[in-house]
Design a protein around this ligand. Structure first.
Ligand code: DQA
Length: 149
C-alpha cells in the first residue's frame, strides 16, 4: 500500500470559479478524479486521502495528525496563499517524518512579488510549480519515484 495525504489550503475549493486564466477551468473534484485515474496507471495499491481547509489552524491540526500516522508514506501539500505567510504551517511541516512535496498549480515565480517569499517551501523535501491540474499527479509521482523502499 502506498498511502498519501493531499492537503489543500485556502480558495483551492474555488478552483473552476477563481481566476481561470491562472488556475484553469477544472473544479477540485474534477482534479481529484483525474489524479486518481491517472495515478492508478502508474502506482499499484495507491490510497489517497484529500483534505482542504480555508483555515490555517485546521491545516496545522491536519499536519500534526499526519505526523503521527505511521501508515502514511508521504504528504502532498498546496498551502495556497499560506505558502507566503504561514510560519505555523512551516513549523508543523517540520514534524513530518515522511517526505513532503509542495505543489502549486501556477508558477508563483512568474507572479507578483509578494509570492516570492515562500515560507512553507523551506520545510518540504520537493517543490513543484506551474503544472496546473496535473500538479497533484506530479506531486504523488515525485514521492513515489523518490521513495526509499
Ligand atoms: C497557489 C499559488 C498561491 O500563490 C496562491 O495564493 C494560491 C494558489 C497555486 O496553486 O498556484 O491560492 O498555491
Amino acid at each position: 500500500m502506498f498511502k498519501i495525504l493531499i492537503i489543500n489550503g485556502p480558495n483551492i475549493n474555488m478552483l473552476g470559479k477563481r481566476e481561470k486564466d491562472i488556475y484553469g477551468g477544472h473544479t477540485l473534484q474534477e482534479i481529484q478524479d483525474s489524479t486518481k485515474k491517472v495515478l492508478s496507471e502508474y502506482i499499484d495499491h495507491l490510497e489517497i486521502e484529500w483534505f482542504q481547509s480555508n483555515i490555517e489552524g485546521e491545516i496545522i491540526n491536519e499536519i500534526q495528525k499526519a505526523s503521527s500516522n505511521n501508515k502514511l508514506n508521504g504528504l502532498v501539500i498546496n498551502p495556497a496563499a499560506y505558502t507566503h505567510t504561514s510560519v505555523g504551517i512551516h513549523d508543523a511541516l517540520k514534524l513530518m517524518k515522511v517526505p513532503v512535496c509542495e505543489v502549486h498549480l501556477s508558477n508563483t515565480f512568474q507572479r507578483e512579488d509578494f509570492r516570492k517569499e515562500r515560507i512553507t517551501s523551506r520545510s518540504v523535501n520537493f517543490a513543484l510549480e506551474g503544472l496546473g491540474k496535473n500538479a497533484y499527479i506530479n506531486g504523488v509521482l515525485a514521492l513515489w519515484i523518490n521513495r526509499e523502499n
